[in-house]
Ligand binder design. Sequence first.
Ligand SMILES: C[S@@+](CC[C@H](N)C(=O)[O-])C[C@H]1O[C@@H](n2cnc3c(N)ncnc32)[C@H](O)[C@@H]1O
Length: 295
Amino acid sequence: MVQLSFFEQVPPKSEIINVASVPQRSPFRYPGGKTWLVPYLRRWLAGRSVPARPAEFIEPFAGGGIASLTVAFEQLAGHVTMVELDEEVAAVWKTILGEHGDWLAEQIVNFELTPESVETTLAKPAHTTRQKAFQTILKNRVNRGGILAPGAGRVKSGEGGKGLKSRWYPRTLQKRILSITAIKERITFIHGDGIKVISQNAYRKDSVFFIDPPYTAGGKRAGSRLYLHSELDHRELFEIASRITGDFLMTYDDAVEVRALAQQHGFDFQVVPMKNTHHAEMTELLIGRNLNWLR
Ligand SMILES: C[S@@+](CC[C@H](N)C(=O)[O-])C[C@H]1O[C@@H](n2cnc3c(N)ncnc32)[C@H](O)[C@@H]1O
């Protein structure tokens, strides 16, 4: 049994990753986003537990996709596959990785953002995937915490009293979207069930999986407010992960139930420090087959 104490966190608390040092490549501000994990991701993929440069990097719960984007930009794997179930989030990735990334970037820089234009745009039915993509990016920027799930409120005052506009950086978003379109051949997007995709690809020795599921087990219900799709059979996910023949890295809230599942499946786990969006220090659990590269 792996015993962890507060003092066994990796790295020492003084070395908590400064997210400002990680290139922000996603057009989303994603609740539960893993920008803070990027340095670990690089260490993992460069580490000895994986043959150098895996052929495929698969992210079954992609959300804002910072992990996939980092791997694609830095060519840490031969190819990247992102999977996401949420229709709105999927519309954004289909648009950027399809034929209409330029259109989306253009819409964003040409949009006159006012409280009225936001409400009218978001109330209109979207007839095309790209229209849905634009609405999703807008909603992600004007909703508190970037939350897209039903019931999320709008940003009230925001940075420097800028209100709704406080997270609307059209030029930055344009630049990020166009940069992704420039490397889109490296990425495949699947609108579907991440568990199914892991199961279908588990036999591939040359593939690695980065698994960051919505977490609602053990009485922690945060995931259910953040995402439309938050219910998941975590036991099933662990079962399927144990069939992966390549390698995987999972991240979860540190909860007793999660540690128990990891132990039952013979996985290694390690607590790592992180800062949440409110800059509070927290911990998360990294789970893998062998996390020696982390220690
Ligand atoms: C913790 S978030 C991932 C955040 C992501 N790692 C990031 O950095 O932005 C979990 C995501 O899984 C998605 N999701 C939930 N159930 C899913 C399923 N069965 N298949 C694929 N995606 C799913 C949610 O919509 C949410 O976007």
